[in-house]
Design a protein around this ligand. Structure first.
Ligand code: SME
Length: 159
């Protein structure tokens, strides 16, 4: 486990996503705090944040994040994020240099974990993306924790 204590992290995550009033502004407000919380808890990462599904469902658009300036639009047929959104599955890449079509926003990134945000109808709302400069940084327990986080976020901030 590379994250503080899992339960305390999830408790804090639940607390900061409470009180969504249905507005886009408040959603972005809470997602901003979630990206800050993730950046505080996850060790050895260089980027963490959200890409949200465009209304026409053709691409992902950059949302709240922590890290270097990133690409703003990711077509669903591109990158690790596109694959996670398309397949509705988490994608863990130990070495992004071996992933065909990887989009390098920060050239220091070496491994990546992308978890889809899915609503109760099974529609993809966006993805949670975490990058690390360390090869093989993300393990199965990181994936499971972020999948639980993605579920809490989806339930709290989308109807
Ligand atoms: N590497 C991602 C693009 C987003 S950045 O990592 C912030 C991808 O290949 O989809």
């Amino acid at each position: 486990m590379h994250v503080g204590t899992g339960s305390s992290f999830l408790e804090q995550l639940s607390a900061i996503t409470e009180g969504w009033d249905g507005s886009i502004e408040r959603r972005y407000c809470h997602l901003s705090n979630v990206s800050a919380l993730l950046n505080q808890y996850l060790e050895r990462i260089n980027w963490v944040g959200f890409y949200l599904m465009k209304e026409d469902r053709t691409a992902l658009v950059l949302g709240p994040f922590q890290g270097k300036v990133a690409c703003t639009d990711i077509s669903l047929d591109r990158g690790v994020c596109g694959l996670a959104a398309r397949s509705k599955q988490s994608v863990r890449v130990d070495d992004v240099h071996t992933f065909p079509g990887h989009i390098a926003c920060d050239s220091a990134s070496r491994s990546e974990l992308v978890v889809p945000l899915i609503n109760k109808n099974g529609d993809v709302l966006g993805v949670l993306d975490v990058d690390s400069a360390q090869r093989g940084r993300f393990a199965e327990d990181d994936q499971h924790l972020l999948e639980r986080a993605a579920k809490i976020i989806s339930q709290a901030l989308w109807t």
